[in-house]
Design a protein around this ligand. Structure first.
Ligand SMILES: [Zn+2]
Length: 71
């Protein structure tokens, strides 16, 4: 899951931009999402590419594999 590094929660993140890039008109090659935290106004970008093993994260967001302790 993706959370704000300032607030350390995903609760206030919203996707402001989402793009999907296609290769040969069929396969999804890359996904790019821009996030903004509605609490502290931090922004970040998340890019997933089939060519890369790990997603690329930029800005004031982080990807965690953990579930929230209390939803
Ligand atoms: Zn925040």
């Amino acid at each position: 899951m993706i959370e704000c590094t300032n607030c350390e929660t995903a609760q206030f993140l919203q996707i402001t931009q989402s793009r999907v890039f296609f290769e040969d008109g069929e396969l999804i090659n890359e996904i790019m999402e821009t996030y903004q935290c509605t609490l502290c106004d931090s922004t970040g970008q998340y890019t997933y590419s089939e060519d890369a093993e790990d997603p690329i994260v930029d800005g004031s967001i982080q990807v965690t594999g953990e579930r929230p302790k209390y939803a």
